[in-house]
Design a protein around this ligand. Structure first.
Ligand code: PEP
Length: 249
C-alpha cells in the first residue's frame, strides 16, 4: 500500500527494444524531488519484461506483467507465463482481469485463481473491474462490479496487495470518459463497498479509460482516486510525462 499517486502504463501488445529508450525521460523525471509523490509502474508485453526490469533497476520505476497463468507455477501451458516466472524475472506487479483478457475468456473464476496465485508468489495485483456498454445502458454497473469483486476476490481476506482499477470497458481506447460527477460517484461507491466487505481495510483505487494529457486536468480533480491506469497515452513518453506533471503540480 502506498500513498503515492500511481501512474500505471499498460503498453498492451505494443513496443520493442527500440521503444525501451523512450522510458529514459520518465525515469529521469521520477528522480526529481517534485515527483517523489508519483509512482510509475510499466506493464510492457512479456517479451520486454526482462529489459524493462534491467532498465529501471537503479530507479524508483517498477515493472509489472500484463497477465499471468491462472493456476500453476510451471506446466504444459503453451503461450502462458506464470506469476512465479514474473516474480523471478524481477517484476513486482501483475495486471489481472483486464477487459481485453476477459473478452478472450478470463471468467471471474479464472481471475480469482490468477489473483490467489499471484499473491502467493508475492506479486502485487492490479485488479481491473468495470462494466461494458450493454451493462451500463441497462443500469447494471453496480451489479457487475460487485460480482467481479465478489467472485474475483473469493477467499481473499487481505487487500493490501491489491490495487483496484476501475475501467469502464466502453471507455477503454474510445476517448469517452464519464463526467466528473458520475465518475466520482462510481469511485466512491466502489470504495464504500470495499470498505464494508473488507472491514475497513485501506483501499487503493485507480481509474483507467482514455486518460490523456488533455483530460487529466479534469480527471485529477476527482476525489478518492489514487492514480491512473493508462493505455494508449502511456506509450508516448512525452504524453505520459505530461500526464504525470499535470497531476502532480
Ligand atoms: C487500458 O488499457 O487499461 C486503458 C485504460 O487503455 P486506454 O488508456 O488506451 O483507454
Amino acid at each position: 500500500m502506498t500513498n503515492k499517486i500511481l501512474f500505471i502504463a499498460n503498453w498492451k501488445m505494443f513496443g520493442d527494444l527500440e521503444s525501451l529508450k523512450s522510458i529514459e525521460s520518465v525515469i529521469k523525471l521520477t528522480k526529481k524531488k517534485t515527483y517523489t509523490k508519483a509512482k510509475v509502474i510499466y506493464c510492457p508485453p512479456f517479451t520486454l519484461l526482462s529489459s524493462f526490469v534491467n532498465k529501471t533497476k537503479k530507479s524508483k520505476v517498477n515493472v509489472g506483467s500484463q497477465d499471468c497463468h491462472f493456476e500453476k507455477d510451471n506446466g504444459p501451458f503453451t503461450g502462458s507465463i506464470s506469476s512465479s516466472m514474473v516474480k523471478k524475472i524481477g517484476a513486482e506487479y501483475v495486471i489481472i482481469g483486464h477487459s481485453e483478457k476477459r473478452i478472450e475468456g478470463d471468467s471471474n473464476e479464472k481471475i480469482n485463481k490468477k489473483i490467489h496465485n499471484a499473491i502467493s508468489n508475492n506479486l502485487k495485483v492490479i485488479f481491473c473491474i468495470g462494466e461494458n456498454l450493454y451493462e451500463k445502458n441497462n443500469k447494471k454497473t453496480n451489479y457487475v462490479i460487485k460480482k467481479q469483486i465478489n467472485s474475483g476476490l473469493k477467499k481473499i481476506k487481505k487487500i493490501d496487495k491489491i490495487i483496484f482499477a476501475y475501467e469502464p470497458v466502453w471507455s477503454i481506447g474510445t476517448g469517452k470518459v464519464l463526467n466528473n460527477n458520475k465518475l466520482e460517484k462510481q469511485i466512491l461507491y466502489i470504495k464504500k463497498y470495499l470498505k464494508k466487505k473488507f472491514r475497513k481495510q485501506n483501499t487503493q483505487i485507480i481509474y483507467g479509460g482514455s486518460v490523456n494529457n488533455k483530460n487529466i486536468d479534469n480527471l485529477k480533480q476527482i476525489a478518492g482516486i489514487n492514480g491512473f491506469l493508462i493505455g494508449g497515452a502511456s506509450q508516448n513518453s512525452k504524453k505520459f510525462i505530461d500526464i504525470i506533471k499535470k497531476t502532480i503540480i
